[in-house]
Ligand binder design. Structure first.
Ligand code: GAP
Length: 434
């Protein structure tokens, strides 16, 4: 078991911010608290994680998953029916001395700066972000930003079922931004007010729901392992009855060992028939499923694996950050898998001499058709290696004067730092094996 490591947090945040993964949003105006922008490396890393998630949904032959991409702003009726307007709230307490406000259940991890804080009784605080559409600014134009991508799936259940001729069991997957007016955002991108989710609603018959719940628990755990997060950082934790969300019959979280301790990475919930039934009742429309085998209409059961994309990115940074000692200096690196790394191959000519740069450009042109490469000609080779290590580049190719003679280059492995000479014509295949 890895030890809880508070220093890790500062190190990861520092590299993420200084190397182009994550920037404080609106920084030229002093920043906006808990709002972040993803830089060139972070944007690619996020995209790679999302693509990996989509790919994993199509890798089980027995599964049928339909992708969907739904609106952030939906009818307010959706949020009334789903229970979010009445139930989606956290307990808020206020310090009577400084008036700072906190989420009651997080008082262990975040606290007021007063010496002897005294808190009010908890009161409900709804997390929905509201805004207005159109030129008027009244009750009728009031709408909400979605707090989860899941409802976009439920309100399209009938559309997908009908237009795709879908047969149970099947899933619908949605990915995108969600918004929650969190009382206590923080810990970098772990908890923000604007974040990205990756959600699957898996529709099945009631009698199969336990089987699918177990299936998704294992499949989602395996996904994090395949992504490159080691088992030491992951565990399951079942919710007690009193912490279940208003829609859930049962929930098991996949937890991650963050630098401050265990916390939620993904929730896998049995939502029963709650949502489809709620939308059916509220809309007055029949959105049930016609079971052609039994010749009856049924409201399917739902198993929901709900993951956070931005939170996964943060967990991946923490889990893959490593240090070792090279020539009495600390070397920092992320052990990103080859398919996830923002830059897969660094191309480093040993000198800026014209013929070496020319060959480096030719090699870059050869490789960039298939891989994410970066040609770097500045500074000493040692510094360039360190920079590529620090952004988690799995391989670096150095091109030296001998390369001009023998048509070979040196490939250095990030994790072992071992080097091997490989002929340029074999380069494309060399990286293919990963
Ligand atoms: N549809 C169910 C649902 O939204 P959730 O547990 O509230 O469930 C699912 O959210 C995932 O979304 C969480 O496990 C987490 O990874 C991510 N998430 C939730 N709130 C977040 C926030 N404020 N900032 C970043 N990620 C968040």
């Amino acid at each position: 078991m890895e030890e809880i490591n508070k220093e890790l947090f500062e190190k990861v945040v520092k590299i993420a911010q200084s190397r182009g993964f994550v920037y404080n949003s609106s920084s030229i105006y002093g920043g906006l608290r808990s709002s972040y922008d993803y830089g060139p490396l972070g944007a690619v890393l996020k995209k790679n994680i999302a693509e990996n998630w989509w790919k994993s949904l199509y890798s089980h032959s027995e599964l049928k998953i339909y992708p969907i991409d739904t609106a952030i702003i939906q009818s307010t009726s959706v949020w009334k029916a789903s229970g979010h307007l009445s139930e989606f709230s956290d307990d808020l307490v206020e310090c009577k001395i400084c008036n700072s406000r906190f989420r009651a259940d997080l008082l262990d991890t975040v606290s007021c700066e007063c010496d002897n804080p005294e808190f009010t009784e908890p009161k409900k605080f709804n997390l929905m972000f509201s805004t207005n559409i159109g030129p008027t600014n009244d009750e009728n134009s009031n709408v909400y930003l979605r707090p989860e991508t899941a409802q976009g799936i439920f309100i399209n259940f009938e559309n997908v079922q009908r237009t795709m001729r879908a047969k149970l069991p099947f899933g619908i997957a949605n990915i995108g931004k969600s918004f929650r007016n969190e009382i206590t955002p923080g810990q970098f991108i772990f908890r923000t007010r604007e974040f990205e989710q990756m959600e699957i609603e898996f529709f099945c018959k009631l009698e199969d729901s336990s089987k699918w719940f177990e299936f998704w628990k294992e499949a989602r755990m395996q996904w994090y392992l395949n992504l490159g997060i080691s088992q030491d950082y992951l565990r399951f934790r079942e919710h007690s009855q009193n912490e279940l969300a208003h829609y859930a019959k049962k929930t098991v979280d996949i937890e991650f060992l963050y630098p401050w301790g265990w916390g939620e990475l993904e929730g896998i919930a049995d939502r029963g028939i709650f949502d489809i039934e709620a939308h059916q009742n509220a809309s007055g429309k029949d959105i049930s499923y016609f079971d052609t085998e039994e010749n009856i209409k049924i409201v399917p059961n739902v198993i929901e694996p709900a993951a956070g994309l931005t939170r996964t990115l943060f967990a991946l940074l923490c889990a893959t950050y490593k240090e070792d000692n090279v020539n009495n200096e600390t070397r920092n690196f992320f052990t990103f898998n080859f398919n996830i790394a923002p830059i897969q191959i660094g191309i480093l000519p040993l000198s800026k001499k014209e013929n070496l740069i020319k060959l480096a450009n030719e090699i870059n042109n050869l490789l960039l058709v298939k891989y994410r490469t970066e040609l770097d000609v500045t500074q000493s080779i040692g510094k360039r290696y360190r920079r590529q290590d620090e952004i988690g580049t799995p391989f670096c190719i150095t091109i030296d004067f001998e390369s001009l003679e023998d048509g070979k280059v040196t490939i250095r492995d990030r994790d072992t730092m071992q080097q091997q000479r490989v002929s340029i014509e074999k380069l494309l295949n060399f990286f293919d094996k990963d």
